[in-house]
Design a protein around this ligand. Structure first.
Ligand code: SER
Length: 890
């Protein structure tokens, strides 16, 4: 496969192109968006929602109404299709260019055309481009046909289901910026299908016509439907542009490969899976290679962004993705953890563009490995449960679809495997019933959130109806007795839960805190006479029913039994992080100003994360000031108290409430009983909060801020650690610094001076290399370019020269010199992997074209290139072959 442009090169070209059109290049934002409408970032535009709505377009202090990004996005609404089809991905890279009230349709569509078709950029054949537009968007039609010159029969018109973004937004929402769009398709040719563009109007599905780029014109703010059900689209303060090109898709087109999995990013991962499993990538089993390769990319990225495996929210989704990959690895015969060994390949292909992958590689590998080990154990549990079910059935019987689904959903047990094992007992599986149960579960998941069809796990709402509110006693007691009110499996109430099985347990009274207000749910143990189980997570319904995810380890759990719940020791670490979060919030407001407003938070046992509105990165001084303030509270050892009171009273007392949060009449107020001083003013902390806290600020212990990052325009994210986690982190850093100092034969204190010295040495050495290369070029050129071969070709005097060991800058420099000294009209200079062609003004005037010439030479040399009439360059694999084609190129 000759890869004309690698995925990384396409990404870079895109960003460079839009930089050349005045855009500010920003790094990708996190996959964890602070936007509460989705679990993950699902589109390149999402971090800029507020700019589309009129907020100032200022990014880290730089004002620019044009921005370009490559954004990592996670779309998991169709996760079951990933691997089955060749073009579904859960992780996708969206190349985007955005205008906040600056340019509009004309520029967006002509630049898209230029980037796709110009030989300097992607150089795609324009006659293979097709587009769709919103039904009555005459402006887009005119630009496509009259300005870009696209034939009218390359254009189809669709309604809001296809040509509005988000799809169907006028009727269905979600609320926020939206607008009509124009999608660009590429015709991959008859080898991918014999359908026509006209047929696409009906089929809307094609392997041949691949959608590559969506240009959206957000000009409306979708609001709730009017009372009579008509859509309300309010004009935004100005018209915007939001475009998104799927990098995986455009790479498939540019590299002319059949599917995503054959492009330069996926192919090595797929090959490695085949090697590890000994199963070639072919036939029906190839689904499994694809699932593993694709899912591992998503999991690695999400873990690198700080999400950890858990049973709720994002952590639950990433667990589901990993488990799906893991069971496909199992289907390929892998019985030991193997996926973690593929992480380095993901880092290799994407680590340059997303440095967080490199930074957290070791952590990601360890987390994947741990989860694989746990999952393989669960699979064994599933095999036992299935064995139990099958041995109680007659030969020739049918295993119900619901049973097969429970095996899949609870144990991650692949239905193919269920069928295989059932066959050994002479039993078949009700596949239609299984598909129906799966579909129901997906419906619930899809209903969870509409924005970009991301999903939440819906749970078993019906089975929970009518259950009483749970009495929560866990602010004070970490151990308490309660009665089992209900046991809930997938979609049904259960009378009892045998050892080895997992379900949701509802108690009358509980010490387990349910996930909420950013604080994670508690874990721990349940004990009862004759049995025990693990509580893996705790959530609650809006009605206040606490849901404990329980795995029964011994004995059997039944409704009505009295159990003792014991919260894990992690809770103390969670409390430290929660009180530390309040202090951090108060300190940030004191140091950065009252513009700081909380946008989101995570309070876990191993860390805290706090998102807040603030335009600029924190300076080292600001971080130090915030840390110092928190440490002062800690050492003052003030009491922390909480109290319920009417909301009006809490607000009158000055308690901080979260903007946009809905509070009841009675609220809980958490107060730190003492203030510290900053810039001569007292700073105190009192917040409306339902979370668990330490008794005294001294319980927090050490506190350290790990850093801050940008997670959406104008929103910063700080991560920090408290207690043992903080001390361990600092110790690890000190040890690392000591190791580096050892490698450089100095002490930690001497590091800065030593590195400064090395940098100076390196700079001097680089200068020498440049000088040597220049000499090398000159020596090879001979005086006055005498070493060049000069010929008359097509009426031009053409000088050609091969320079061993040189590339890039040196080649361009040599070409300049040769053109100067040799008196030739055109010069061609080849290095090891590169080619430069230059032409004099006069030659250009007589019809010479460096860009066209280099295109022919590069093709002969196994590469691709282009450029202007007077100057062009190319990358080639065989420079001699490129030079050899010179005679026939005229
Ligand atoms: N927001 C649009 C999409 O996701 C274009 O970027 O398709």
């Amino acid at each position: 496969m000759t890869v004309s442009l690698t995925t990384a090169q396409i990404r870079e070209k895109y960003l460079q192109f839009f930089e050349s059109k005045g855009h500010l290049r920003l790094p990708s934002y996190s996959t964890v968006a602070p936007d509460p409408t989705t679990l993950f970032t699902v589109a390149g535009m999402q971090p800029f929602k507020e700019q589309f709505m009129g907020a100032p377009a200022v990014f880290d202090g730089v004002a620019n109404k044009r921005v370009t990004t490559a954004q990592k996005c996670l779309r998991i609404g169709d996760i079951e299709n990933v691997g089955r089809t060749l073009r579904h991905c859960s992780l996708l890279e969206m190349l985007g260019n955005f205008s906040f009230g600056d340019y509009f349709k004309l520029e967006a569509l002509t630049w898209a055309w230029e980037f796709l078709t110009s030989p300097e950029w992607l150089g795609l054949d324009w006659s293979r481009l097709y587009v769709t537009i919103y039904k009555d968007d005459e402006e887009a039609f005119r630009i496509w046909t009259e300005v870009n010159g696209l034939p009218a029969d390359h254009i189809l018109r669709f309604d809001a289901d296809e040509n509005f973004w988000p799809a169907n937004a006028p009727l269905e929402g979600p609320n926020g910026p939206c607008g009509p769009c124009s999608e660009i398709f590429y015709d991959r040719g008859p080898k991918y299908g014999d359908d026509t563009w006209a047929e696409y109007a009906e089929t809307r599905e094609s392997a041949r016509f691949l959608e590559i780029w969506n240009c959206v014109f957000p000009q409306f703010d979708r609001q709730d439907l009017a009372a009579d059900g008509t859509p309300v689209l309010k004009d935004l303060p100005f018209k915007n542009i939001d475009t998104g090109m799927g990098l995986e898709r455009i790479a498939t087109v540019v590299q002319d490969v059949y599917d995503f999995y054959s492009n330069d990013v996926f192919a090595p991962i797929v090959a490695r899976i085949a090697e590890l499993s000994g199963k070639p990538y072919e036939g029906p089993q190839s689904v499994s290679h694809r699932v593993v390769a694709e899912h591992l990319r998503s999991v690695s990225m999400v873990l690198a962004d700080g999400t950890a495996f858990s049973n709720t929210g994002r952590g639950y989704v990433v667990r589901k993705i990993l488990r799906r990959a893991s069971r496909h690895a199992y289907l390929l015969g892998l019985r030991e953890p193997a996926l973690y060994a593929l992480v380095p390949l993901v880092v290799q292909s994407m680590g340059e563009a997303y440095p967080e992958l490199k930074e957290h590689q070791a952590k990601v590998e360890a987390a994947v490995r741990g989860e694989e080990e746990r999952f393989l154990k669960t699979l064994e549990g599933g095999i036992q449960r299935l064995g139990g079910l099958l041995s109680g059935m007659e030969r020739g019987a049918v295993l119900s679809g619901q049973d097969a689904f429970v095996l899949y959903d609870t144990y991650g047990f692949p239905v193919d495997l269920t069928m295989e094992i059932a066959e050994e007992y002479g039993i078949t599986v009700d596949e239609a019933g299984y598909a129906e149960s799966l579909e129901n579960a997906q419906e619930i998941a899809r209903a969870g959130s509409k924005y970009g069809k991301s999903e939440l796990f819906g749970g078993n709402q019906e089975a929970l109806e009518g259950l009483p509110r749970t009495a929560f006693v866990g602010y004070d007691d970490l151990s308490a007795e309660g009665e089992v009110v209900a046991l809930v499996g997938v979609g049904e109430r259960l009378a009892h839960l045998p050892a080895g099985s997992e379900a949701t347990v509802v108690l009358s009274r509980t010490p387990f805190y349910a996930e909420g207000g950013g604080e994670v749910g508690d874990t721990g143990r349940l004990e009862w006479e004759g049995g025990a189980g693990v509580v893996r997570d705790t959530r609650k319904t809006p009605q206040g029913v606490f849901l404990h995810d329980v795995l029964v380890e011994e004995g059997e759990l039944r409704e009505g039994v009295t159990v003792r719940g014991v919260v894990s020791g992690d809770r103390r670490a969670i409390e430290r992080h929660h009180t530390a979060t309040h202090l951090l919030h108060a300190a940030l407001r004191a140091v950065l100003g009252s513009g700081v407003a909380q946008k989101g938070s995570l309070v876990a046992a191993d860390r805290l994360r706090f998102d807040f509105s603030h335009a600029a990165a924190l300076t080292a001084e600001e971080v130090a000031a915030v840390e110092t303030l928190v440490s002062r509270w800690v050492s003052a050892n003030f009491p922390v108290t909480w109290q319920e009171m009417p909301i009006a009273e809490a607000k009158a007392a000055g308690a901080t409430a979260l903007f946009g949060e809905k509070y009841g009449e009675t609220v809980r107020v958490v107060k730190v009983g003492g203030s510290v001083e900053y810039a001569g003013e007292p700073v105190s902390s009192m917040e409306l909060c339902g979370g668990a806290h330490v008794r005294r600020t001294g319980d927090i212990g050490a506190f350290v801020i790990l850093g801050d990052e940008n997670v959406a325009a104008g929103v910063r994210r700080v991560e920090a650690l408290a207690g043992d986690a903080a001390t361990a982190w600092v110790r690890e850093r000190l040890n690392a610094a000591a190791r580096v100092a050892g490698l450089l034969n100095t002490s930690v204190d001497g590091l800065e001076a030593r590195v400064g010295g090395l940098q100076a040495q390196l700079k001097a050495a680089e200068k020498d290399v440049v000088a040597v290369k220049r000499q090398l070029a000159e020596a090879q050129m001979g005086g006055g370019g005498g070493a060049a071969q000069t010929r008359d070709l097509g009426g031009f005097k053409v000088a050609a020269l091969k320079l061993a060991g040189l590339e890039g800058n040196e080649l361009r420099g040599a070409a300049d010199k040769l053109l100067d000294q040799s008196g030739a009209d055109l010069v061609v200079v080849a290095g090891e992997k590169g080619l430069v062609v230059k032409a004099t003004k006069d030659a250009v005037g007589r019809g010479a074209h460096a860009g066209q010439l280099i295109g022919k030479l590069a093709a002969a040399g196994g590469g691709k290139g282009g450029g202007r009439p007077d100057m062009a360059q190319a990358g080639v694999t065989d420079a001699d072959a490129a030079l050899g084609a010179l005679d026939s190129a005229f």
